[in-house]
Design a protein around this ligand. Structure first.
Ligand code: ZN
Length: 144
């Protein structure tokens, strides 16, 4: 898989120094998601209060794409309103289904645009989506 080298750096940086990778004891929902096709696995905690994403924390193992993507997603969601956060997840899902035709909106996705090239590799899309889907699942569970 070949990605733009600048983007490769961003991904490796998140992989080596993942953000919010330590489960917080305080959470409104906890989910465990796996991507069996690659062996990626994450546990993700969210703290959502009054429609605000106060915290996201996680633990996981797996390929650099899955771990970097979860780090990017967690950092991006913290401090957003739940509505904004879910719109951001949709924006990333759309980017992942673009088959390499979209670059992604950096204003919305920030470091997430570094994963745009993954959308050309169907086998890796689930790796990139793992953390985002886990967040969405946890957010929905927090609402009930
Ligand atoms: Zn993977």
């Amino acid at each position: 898989m070949e990605l733009d080298s600048l983007y490769q750096e961003v991904i490796l940086d998140h992989y080596r120094h993942p953000l919010h990778k330590k489960l917080s004891a305080d959470f409104s929902a906890q989910v465990h998601h796996v991507n069996p096709s690659c062996g990626d696995e994450i546990t993700l905690n969210v703290m959502i209060k009054n429609g605000l994403v106060e915290n996201v924390s996680w633990e996981g193992v797996g390929c650099s794409i899955s771990q970097a993507s979860t780090s990017i997603a967690a950092d991006l969601m913290i401090g957003k309103s739940l509505k904004q956060a879910l719109t951001t997840v949709d924006s990333f899902s759309q980017l992942m289904s673009s088959k390499g035709t979209e670059a992604g909106d950096e204003e919305v996705l920030e470091d997430g645009v570094a994963l745009a090239g993954v959308s050309k590799f169907p086998a890796r899309i689930k790796c990139a989506l793992l953390g985002w889907m886990a967040f969405k699942d946890a957010a929905i569970q927090s609402k009930v």
